[in-house]
Design a protein around this ligand. Structure first.
Ligand SMILES: [Zn+2]
Length: 282
């Protein structure tokens, strides 16, 4: 059975504020486009295809675009944690990172309701500190989706690592399931144009369709592949790109043994199976 996880990082303006350090009117308007135009188009497409997806939402976005974020939950999609204001956890002392994670979840609950209970995390930087997995594990998170040690299979995330010019040693495995990501399967490098820092992007939807279809077809040739796409409402939300995603979903749906799944559901079925399999490395 092939599993497809469509994921959307709903960064809105937080990406510009934190990661890109740009807070003038134009970058803010690009973030606003994601919330005002891109997100409704994404939600309409998912509804028309009857697909449930996962959105990773910084606490900053949940507060700034509260109505839009609530619409994601109302449509039955999953929301995972994606930082306080889209900051990187890399380089933070352990207690500061722990505090940031707790404040992110608390602010999401203030915005989305006290019964909101996220089980997934995606680092805004797609990078982790040596403490990140341990902190997620301590708080009972089911999965992380930020790393790249596999392409179409989940694996147990390691608690940090030790590396020098002499050797590399991954840390002991944790209870946290890693659902890997890939730059190939992210809309950002293909489409995003930035002039500061210079970032070309601007590929045609047809080129990206070709790339994603070929990746998907390979994944579908494996016994239990998990195909995880990472998209951003402010990027994929332009009309021709949404039309391309619609064509891709139709291509996927033509495969008989396939399911669309939230990342939480994909991670928990993988975990169940991994625990039940004798000789599992865990
Ligand atoms: Zn992001």
């Amino acid at each position: 059975m092939t599993t497809v996880c469509l994921t959307f990082d709903f960064d809105a303006v937080s990406l510009w504020v934190s990661s890109l350090k740009q807070t003038t009117a134009n970058p803010m308007s690009r973030g606003e486009f994601g919330a005002r135009v891109g997100l409704p188009r994404v939600l309409a497409l998912l509804a028309s295809k009857d697909v449930k997806a996962t959105f990773f939402v910084p606490a900053h976005t949940a507060v700034s675009f509260n109505r839009e974020t609530l619409a994601i939950l109302e449509a039955g999609h999953e929301i995972g944690v994606h930082g306080y204001c889209h900051e990187t956890p890399v380089g933070l002392p352990r207690d500061e990172e722990a505090d940031l994670l707790d404040r992110s979840v608390a602010k999401l609950r203030d915005a989305l309701g006290q019964d909101f209970n996220p089980v997934g995390y995606r680092s805004p930087a797609w990078d982790l500190s040596t403490h990140s997995i341990e902190l997620l594990e301590e708080r009972g998170f089911l999965y992380d989706s930020s790393l790249m040690a596999d392409d179409y299979s989940a694996y147990w995330a390691s608690r940090g690592h030790e590396v020098s010019e002499e050797s590399y040693q991954a840390g002991p495995v944790s209870d946290v399931v890693e659902i890997p990501v890939a730059w190939e399967l992210d809309d950002f490098p293909h489409f995003m144009f930035l002039n500061k820092p210079m970032y070309q992007g601007m590929r045609t939807p047809a080129e990206v369709f070709e790339l994603w279809r070929e990746e998907f077809d390979f994944c579908a040739s494996l016994p239990d592949g998990i195909f995880t796409l990472t998209m951003h409402p402010q990027i994929i939300g332009r009309g021709p790109r949404i039309a391309m995603l619609s064509r891709l979903i139709d291509h996927m749906k033509a495969l008989p043994n396939l399911r669309f799944s939230t990342v939480a559901d994909a991670a928990s079925s993988w975990k169940r199976q991994a625990i039940a399999t004798p000789g599992s490395s865990h």
